[in-house]
Design a binder for this molecule. Structure first.
Ligand code: ATP
Ligand code: MG
Length: 396
């Protein structure tokens, strides 16, 4: 028996976007994400996208998992595709829906016949299919008002389709439909979640990571790449810029008052990230900051880091979220276990004992005025290395 994936128009998130642009973006994404699983055919007809494996060895379970991570799809169905033949439908339906129905007590059948040449009416199809299910699973009851599961039988142009309930999609808007932005990614819990949330709103992602070897090691870098792989399963490929940050951090440690270390460091990160982002066509920066979470995320601290960016807005999707809520999303995208691995980040290397929590812009400017940081910024940008992260690792 052949299985296919159906996505109906009502299950697409079409709001605010031109329908045909949206659909073609989505179909392109589906094609790209499923490409290495084997040949597929994608049809867009009768207000439905049909994703159909062409080869027998196609990994359907993996395809379901991948489709569930494509933004722009609110829900989809996994269906048996059968010949438009009542005997065939009746012989297959009970077995096919059994796994879904084994967890519930009540069901109902909804039949739709868009191919009017099919010799049974919708009520007749519903009655016969319901009967076949009840004789295979007599402990079930039909509940037409409030069933636990709806079994659908659809007689369409191409074939007859059976499915038992919808699968939750990733929601959001198709990646790329909102443009491109650059995430400042650390090895922590927050920034991968921020990246995921903004990709969900239709952004293609670039990433910037600041590393300070030898204070930070290759494992910290590997951790960041692994986190981006988790995000890439949703966002698609991510171009990562690895910025050498050691000299700048050492210059800050040498020249600035200790209580300003973190703030000045964060201002340098924003300056460099903005330049890299503008050069790559990004229209915003994204950070994982959350108000009040740490000393560098008080409102005055966010104020003095925000002010150094001149050309791009800074998106902070976690600003109003509690850590617990952030962790729920971190677990959902399978990033949490990686995020809590104990490798040094450049932020933790030069942490002041008593950071300023109420800094003023003038204080920061004064603290920075004691050293010439522009050439260091230029140098770091010139020495930045680029790599492409895919869901399966680093692209070569
Ligand atoms: P996270 O869990 O994302 O590390 P955090 O709560 O530890 O966040 P900070 O360390 O103050 O907070 O970092 C705030 C934000 O600054 C991060 O969410 C991230 O966007 C950015 N950031 C921090 N460290 C780095 C880094 N080494 N490279 C790139 N961006 C960074
Ligand atoms: Mg951090």
């Amino acid at each position: 028996m052949k299985e296919i994936i159906l996505i109906k128009n009502g299950e697409l998130v079409l709001k605010g976007l031109n329908r045909s642009t949206f659909e073609s973006m989505l179909i392109k994404t589906i094609r790209r994400r499923l490409k290495d699983l084997g040949k597929i055919s994608i049809k867009n007809a009768q207000s439905t996208i049909y994703i159909e494996p062409v080869e027998d060895e196609f990994d359907f379970e993996e395809a379901i998992d991948r489709v569930s991570k494509i933004f722009g799809i609110a829900a989809f169905s996994r269906c048996a595709a059968l010949n438009k033949d009542m005997d065939e439908i009746l012989s297959v339906v009970a077995d096919y829906v059994k796994p879904a129905l084994s967890k519930v007590k009540t069901f109902k059948v909804i039949a739709k016949r868009s191919d009017k040449s099919f010799p049974f009416t919708s009520p007749e199809i519903s009655a016969q299919v319901g009967g076949a299910i009840l004789s295979a699973m007599p402990y079930l009851k039909v509940d037409v008002k409030n069933p636990d599961i709806v079994v659908s039988v659809e007689i369409r142009d191409y074939a007859a389709y059976i499915h038992a309930g919808q699968i939750h999609g990733a929601g959001g808007l198709p990646v790329g439909s909102s443009g491109k932005a650059t995430i400042l990614i650390s090895g922590g819990i927050d920034s991968p979640v921020a990246a995921y949330l903004m990709a969900k709103r239709g952004l293609t992602l670039n990433a910037v990571h600041f590393a300070s070897p030898p204070y930070t090691g290759p494992l910290a870098e590997k951790k960041v790449k692994t986190l981006l792989e988790k995000v890439a399963a949703y966002s698609g490929d991510i171009r990562l810029a690895l910025v050498p940050f050691t000299e700048i951090q050492e210059a800050i440690a040498e020249n600035c008052k200790e209580e300003y270390f973190t703030l000045i460091m964060r201002r340098m990160m924003m300056r460099i990230s903005e330049k890299l982002a503008v050069a790559s066509g990004s229209k915003a920066l994204i950070t994982g900051e959350s108000l009040g979470q740490v000393a560098s995320q008080t409102l005055p601290a966010i104020g003095v880091t925000d002010i150094v960016t001149k050309e791009l807005p800074v998106l902070r999707p976690l600003i109003g979220m509690d850590k617990e809520d952030i962790i729920i999303i971190s677990r959902k995208i399978d990033a949490f276990e990686t995020s809590i691995l104990p490798y040094e980040d450049c932020c933790t290397v030069f942490t002041p004992k008593h950071p300023r929590t109420r800094p003023t812009i003038e204080d920061c400017q004064e603290a920075e005025s004691v050293f010439d940081f522009e050439p260091l910024i230029e140098k770091a940008i010139n020495e930045t290395l680029y790599t492409r992260i895919t869901r399966d690792g680093e692209a070569v």
